[in-house]
Design a protein around this ligand. Structure first.
Ligand code: ATP
Ligand code: ZN
Length: 221
């Protein structure tokens, strides 16, 4: 990916739950995005910016490294990334979409008695850092099993007794015989910027774009 040094770079999710709303927000801010679906990037026709379409998990890295000055990502993904490291990232705004919660869930038939039920247990998750922090903050001694997907299967496969996963409606949990018992994090999409130095010309672009985005967000409040 060759990046043009005189243009801003904005990282958004390529395809997934945040893609459409992320694009829409930028369009409402007046950016005319060149179309074309299956591409890695798109030029903005009327503003010196390019969009980078990436996996949501890569957005914090791109922004923290300063490869992209801005990004739109779930707070869940961002916090999982920043926990325990000094990442060059700053949250500028909560965007009001992509709402979900990271929850610990137990098998429906399990007699859950509160946090103490988790003591000594195994919890499967794709968010090990957030899960461990929550357990630690609550003085619970449980082990965290990192999975990269299909976390809901873990109890059935006896990999873990509990899971810690993203929930919006709870339908996926219920379909797998699980029910939420604790909330680890309430999440929504956020706008993040790099705290790495941005070159002079680009600072002007960045400020102008941020003003426009803040304008859009203000009308929605
Ligand atoms: P990618 O291919 O980019 O890695 P993904 O499968 O990890 O995609 P999505 O399922 O598209 O990601 O979810 C992206 C983000 O949407 C999540 O990180 C979260 O912030 C938000 N989100 C909102 N509701 C839900 C939900 N019910 N389940 C999962 N994520 C949700
Ligand atoms: Zn992802």
């Amino acid at each position: 990916m060759i990046t043009d040094t005189n243009r801003l770079h904005i990282a958004i999710q390529k395809s997934g739950r945040l893609s459409d709303r992320s694009r829409e927000l930028l369009e409402h801010a007046g950016l005319r995005i060149q179309t074309g679906k299956n591409r890695l990037s798109a030029r903005v026709e009327n503003f010196a910016a390019d969009l980078m379409f990436v996996r949501d998990d890569d957005i914090p890295t791109f922004v923290a490294d300063g490869i992209c000055e801005l990004g739109i990502v779930g707070l869940n993904v961002l916090e999982e990334f920043t926990l325990g490291q000094d990442a060059a990232l700053e949250v500028l705004a909560e965007l009001g979409f992509g709402r979900c919660a990271l929850k610990i869930a137990a098998p429906e038939q399990f007699d859950y008695q509160g946090l103490k039920s988790l003591d000594g247990a195994r919890i499967a998750t794709t968010y090990p850092n957030l899960t461990k922090r929550y357990l630690q903050q609550n003085g619970i001694n449980a082990s965290v099993v990192k999975m990269s997907g299909a976390v809901e299967l873990a109890p059935r496969l006896k990999i873990a007794q509990f899971v810690c996963d993203l929930v919006s409606t709870g339908d996926t949990l219920a379909a797998n015989g699980l029910r939420p018992v604790e909330t680890v994090l309430e999440s929504e999409a956020v706008l993040v910027r790099t705290t790495k130095p941005v070159s002079g010309d680009k600072t002007v672009l960045l400020d102008a774009l941020l003003k426009r985005i803040q304008g859009v967000l203000a009308t929605k409040e």
